[in-house]
Design a protein around this ligand. Structure first.
Ligand SMILES: CC(C)(COP(=O)(O)OP(=O)(O)OC[C@H]1O[C@@H](n2cnc3c(N)ncnc32)[C@H](O)[C@@H]1OP(=O)(O)O)[C@@H](O)C(=O)NCCC(=O)NCCS
Length: 161
């Protein structure tokens, strides 16, 4: 349904559209600026040239258009995965498809374990992980936000087949 490809410099404006509106509510926190988008795309491209690879950053393409971002970062033998889909594309199974595809790539590159977590008020993100085969394993360290509210992010894992 979706395809994953490496970022190119021209993707900055598409990335900016993705990281805006309701999509940033549980993640970036504010609409991405043009400068932030350009810096991010340059960073993603630089990561693609790292040897050995420790970052996977892919543009999620659907019908020839970049509609999302799916990425993973390797630390201590575990790849930490996250994803963002442009708000007007939600509810079509695209995030689940992108997470499945990135997980296959990460495992093919030799990683044995992938971890992901989501904001406790974002059940759609947990549903994406479960549909992609992840299993809940624990809660992350408590995070205190404004007004002393404590958040417990559910953590999921996927082990290499
Ligand atoms: C979370 C997000 C990635 C989902 O993208 P998507 O392409 O709509 O995901 P999918 O269509 O693959 O699957 C969404 C699932 O969540 C379900 N869902 C949607 N809203 C829900 C809600 N409020 N409560 C429970 N489940 C919900 C959908 O029904 C669907 O499950 P189903 O196929 O069993 O019906 C997207 O909404 C997003 O980018 N959100 C903002 C950023 C974010 O939260 N990223 C994740 C941070 S780890």
């Amino acid at each position: 349904m979706v395809s994953l490809r490496s970022f190119v410099l021209d993707d900055a404006s598409a990335l900016r559209r993705i990281v805006s509106g309701r999509t940033v509510r549980f993640t970036h926190g504010h609409d991405m600026t043009a400068e932030e988008a350009a810096v991010s795309v340059r960073r993603f491209i630089a990561h693609d040239h790292e040897v050995p690879r420790t970052h996977w950053n892919f543009a999620v393409e659907q019908a020839g258009e970049v509609i999302g971002l799916v990425k993973a970062r390797l630390a201590g033998g575990t790849a930490y995965l996250s994803y963002l889909l442009r708000e007007d594309t939600w509810g079509n199974g695209y995030a689940t498809d992108a997470v499945r595809k990135l997980s296959r790539i990460v495992f093919t590159d030799g990683v044995q374990r992938i971890e992901a977590k989501h904001h406790p008020d974002n059940p759609a993100s947990g549903r994406v992980l479960v549909k992609a085969g992840f299993v809940p394993v624990r809660e992350a360290e408590p995070v205190t936000v404004e007004d002393g509210v404590v958040l417990l992010h559910p953590v999921y894992e996927l082990i290499a087949p």
